[in-house]
Write a protein that binds this ligand. Structure first.
Ligand code: SF4
Length: 253
């Protein structure tokens, strides 16, 4: 296990993600340690919710990538979920069974409510880029749908309850998605948001025109704070419960 005390060389040569900005705000130590934690290790500490989300997200993206038969979407999605769900990362067999059941129920609802209106996706697993004042950022979306009415760019979300639209405006990851997706497809009407799999609804990320300069400056200033940081002190608190780097954090040794 790496005893991380500094960011990897060249870290700031790469675009920053919203997740990194959020981690740094919540706990600078987590931001640092996260650079050394594998995805699997992180999911083990983040618990069943993270395992569920990954399984759901991978199943739905694979469904649209394959262009599966929408008449039997529920069955196809269930099969894909069973393939992608890493139940062994749950705490025990009971949690695994409950989490799997919740995932299958969510997919049944998704097949019933979303798929009939959106049988095919124009794109999946999109990597998005954005540069503000010379600072490069990276974002991603799970699905892009396009029809005569416009384009919908969305990231799947498994939180319960669904995130509130106002709360998304305080999340760097959501704000970055909205700004980066706005550059796609020229002037076509766009809806960018988080699709809540727990409540079967799209929660839009709508930045008021007079707030755009502010949110852009905020992202750049968060990045500048990260660049200046040298201590990366741990900030123990509620956030430790779901921290993917907890296994490496000195606070919990
Ligand atoms: S366990 Fe808590 S203090 Fe340690 S890195 Fe994670 S969030 Fe920070």
């Amino acid at each position: 296990m790496t005893d991380a005390t500094a960011l990897p060389e060249g870290f700031f040569d790469r675009p920053l993600t919203g997740r990194q900005l959020s981690d740094f705000s919540e706990c600078p130590r987590r931001f640092l340690l996260s650079q050394f934690v594998s995805e699997k290790e992180e999911r083990r500490y983040r618990g069943a919710a993270a395992v569920l989300h990954q399984g759901l997200r991978d199943a739905i993206v694979a469904f649209y990538q394959a262009g599966e038969d929408v008449a039997d979407a529920a069955r196809e999605l269930r099969t894909l979920f069973k393939k992608h769900f890493e139940g062994a990362l749950c705490a025990d067999a009971i949690e695994e069974s409950r989490t799997e059941a919740r995932g299958l129920k969510s997919l049944d609802e998704f097949a019933r409510t979303w798929v009939p209106e959106h049988p095919t996706a124009r794109d999946t697993d999109l990597r998005l880029a954005l540069t503000i004042d010379g600072q490069a950022f990276a974002s991603s979306a799970d699905l892009l749908f396009a029809d005569g009415a416009g384009t919908t760019v969305m990231r799947l979300n498994s939180r319960r309850p669904a995130p509130a639209a106002d709360d998304l405006l305080a999340e760097p990851s959501a704000v970055l998605l909205a700004l980066a997706a706005d550059q796609l497809e020229g002037d076509r009407p766009k809806c960018v948001g988080y699709y809540s799999l727990s409540e079967c609804k799209l929660v839009p990320i709508e930045i008021a025109p007079d707030q755009i300069d502010y949110v852009r400056r905020d992202l750049v200033s968060r990045a500048a704070r990260m660049r200046r940081e040298t201590q990366f002190a741990p900030r123990k608190g509620r956030q430790c419960r779901w921290c993917g780097a907890r296994g490496r954090c000195e606070v919990w040794r």
